[in-house]
Write a protein that binds this ligand. Structure first.
Ligand code: HEM
Length: 441
C-alpha cells in the first residue's frame, strides 16, 4: 500500500471520528437549545455532522477502490500520479469546506451546504480519481469479475449524480421551486445508489478474498445482483420524491427495486457464509464479522423501509425521526460496517497483536448494541410524534416534544456508546495505518 493511500485511509477515519463527535454534539444541541444556541447551534452542527458522514462514506469507498483495484487489475505510473493528485485535492477541499462551516459560511443545498464554488474542486478531484481507475482498467483483461463492474459503475454514476445535484446553479432550474426540489431529491437518492454500488462491490470482493472462491463474483447470481444494483441507482430515487406530485406507479416501481436489491444482498451473504470453511473464517474473523453485521443491518432496515412504504404508516411517520432512523440505520449499519470490513482487510487487522484484537472485539459488540438502542429510540421518537400530532391531532407542540425528547435522550446516550466504540476502533486502525510495515509498491 503506498503512502498516499495510507494518508487517505487516515483522513477517512478522522472524518468518521468527526461524524460521531458532531453527531453527539448535534443531539445535545437539539435537546438543550437554550445552552447550545449561544455558541454552537443545531443549524451549524447539523451540516458539520452530515457532511462529515457523507465524506466519510465517499472517501472510505474511494480508498477501498484505490487499494483493491491494484490487486484486481494493477496500476500504471500515470494512474499512480493521478491518484496522488486526487487525494491532495479531495482532502484539501474537505478542509476548505469545514473551514467555511466554522466561519458560518453556508450555501449549496441539503447535505452539501457549503459555498457552491467548492463543488468545482470536488468535481475535478473525482475526475482525477476516475482517470486513475479507468486507465489501468482499460488496459486489463476483458473478463473482469463483477465487483470490478460494480466499482466502475459506481464511480461513473457518482459523477453523473454530482453534476445533476449541481444543476440548480443554472438559473432555469431555480425558476420553479418544484422543479428544483424534484431534481435535488432525485439526485441525492441516485448518489446513494452510486456509492452503494462501490460498497456492495467491495463486500463482494471481500467475500471472494475471505473464501478464496472467485466464483462468487462470476456467473448468474453475481450478474443479477449487479443488474439489480444498476436499476436501483437508476430508479430507487422514486421514494426520495414521495412527497412531490408524481404517479403512484413511479413510487411503487422504485420501492420494489430497492427492496429486491436488499433481499438479494442478504441471499448472497448467506450463500457465502454457508460455503465458507471454518479455518478461513477464523483467519479473517474481524473482516468477516463486519460483513455479517452489515447483512444483519440490511435485514433490519429492510423491515423498516417496508413499514415506511405502507401509505397508512407513512402518513404518520413522514418528516419525523423515523426517517432519521432510516438514514442513520443504513449509513451506520450498512455503509460504515462494510467500510470497516474493507479497512480491516486493507490494514491487516486480523494479524495485529491479540490484545488490540480483543479490544476491537469488545468494541464491536458495544457498537452493535449501542446502534440497536440508538436506532430503536429514533424510531420510537418518530412514532410518538406521528401518533400525537397526526393521529391524536394534538396541537400542543411543546407537550408533544416533551415526550419525543425522552426517546431522543435515550438515543443520545446510545450515541455516546457509538462514539466510544466506533471511535476506539477508528483510533486502533489509524495507529495501525501509521505503524504498519509498508512495502512500497
Ligand atoms: C458513523 C456514524 C454516523 C453516520 C454515518 C450518521 C449519518 C447521519 C445522516 C446521513 C444524517 C442525515 C439524516 C437525515 O437527513 O434524515 C444524520 C443526522 C443526524 N445525526 Fe447522525 N450519523 C452518525 C452518528 C451519529 C451519532 C453518534 C449521533 C449522536 C447521537 C448522531 C446524531 C444525529 C443528529 C442529531 C442528526 C440530525 C437529525 C435531524 O435533522 O433531526 N449521528 N446522521
Amino acid at each position: 500500500m503506498h503512502q498516499f493511500i495510507r494518508l487517505h485511509i487516515i483522513s477517512s477515519l478522522l472524518l468518521l471520528i468527526a461524524t460521531l463527535a458532531f453527531g453527539l454534539l448535534a443531539s445535545w444541541a437539539f435537546l438543550f437549545p437554550e445552552t447550545y444556541n449561544q455558541f454552537l447551534p443545531f443549524y451549524q452542527l447539523r451540516p458539520f455532522h452530515v457532511s462529515a458522514a457523507l465524506f466519510w462514506i465517499i472517501s472510505g469507498a474511494s480508498a477501498c477502490i484505490m487499494h483493491f483495484k491494484n490487486d484486481a487489475f494493477g496500476f500504471t505510473n500515470q494512474s499512480r500520479a493521478l491518484e496522488k493528485l486526487y487525494i491532495i485535492t479531495w482532502i484539501g477541499t474537505i478542509i476548505a469546506i469545514f473551514t467555511c462551516y466554522a466561519m458560518k459560511q453556508f450555501g449549496g443545498r441539503e447535505y452539501w451546504e457549503f459555498p457552491p464554488a467548492l463543488c468545482l474542486p470536488l468535481l475535478i478531484s473525482w475526475v482525477l480519481l476516475m482517470g486513475s481507475y479507468f486507465l489501468p482498467w482499460f488496459k486489463s483483461a476483458a473478463n473482469q469479475p463483477m465487483y470490478v463492474w460494480m466499482w466502475s459503475t459506481g464511480l461513473l454514476f457518482f459523477l453523473l449524480t454530482f453534476l445533476e445535484q449541481n444543476l440548480w446553479q443554472i438559473p432555469w432550474f431555480r425558476q420553479s421551486y418544484l422543479r428544483e426540489v424534484t431534481i435535488q431529491w432525485k439526485a441525492n437518492g441516485s448518489s446513494v445508489g452510486a456509492w452503494n454500488q462501490i460498497l456492495y462491490g467491495t463486500s463482494l470482493y471481500l467475500m471472494v478474498k475471505i473464501s478464496g472462491n472467485e466464483n462468487i463474483a462470476r456467473g448468474y447470481p453475481a450478474f443479477f445482483f449487479y443488474i439489480l444494483g444498476l436499476s436501483n441507482l437508476m430508479f430507487n430515487w422514486g421514494h426520495h420524491v414521495y412527497n412531490l406530485p408524481a404517479s403512484s406507479w413511479i413510487r411503487d416501481t422504485s420501492y420494489l427495486i430497492s427492496m429486491t436489491e436488499w433481499v438479494f444482498f442478504i441471499r448472497m451473504v448467506q450463500g457465502f457464509k454457508n460455503t465458507l470453511d471454518t479455518r478461513r473464517r477464523y483467519r479473517n474473523l474481524i473482516t468477516y464479522r463486519y460483513l455479517i453485521a452489515s447483512e444483519f443491518w440490511v435485514f433490519l432496515n429492510l423491515l423498516l423501509a417496508l413499514l415506511m412504504s405502507v401509505p397508512a404508516i407513512n402518513r404518520y411517520t413522514h418528516g419525523t425521526h423515523f426517517t432519521v432512523a432510516h438514514a442513520m440505520g443504513t449509513t451506520i449499519g450498512i455503509n460504515t460496517m462494510i467500510l470497516l470490513s474493507g479497512f480491516s482487510y486493507m490494514l491487516g487487522i486480523d494479524n495485529i497483536k491479540d490484545k488490540a484484537k480483543k479490544l476491537i472485539g469488545t468494541q464491536y459488540w458495544i457498537c452493535q448494541y449501542s446502534l440497536g438502542v440508538f436506532w430503536f429510540s429514533l424510531i420510537a421518537a418518530g412514532m410518538i410524534k406521528g401518533y400525537m400530532l397526526t393521529f391524536q391531532g394534538n396541537t400542543n407542540f411543546q407537550k408533544v416534544m416533551l415526550y419525543v425528547s425522552k426517546a431522543l435522550t435515550v438515543s443520545s446516550i446510545a450515541g455516546a456508546g457509538l462514539l466510544i466504540s466506533i471511535g476506539t476502533i477508528a483510533v486502533v486502525y489509524i495507529r495501525q495505518a501509521i505503524t504498519m510495515v509498508v512495502k512500497e509498491q
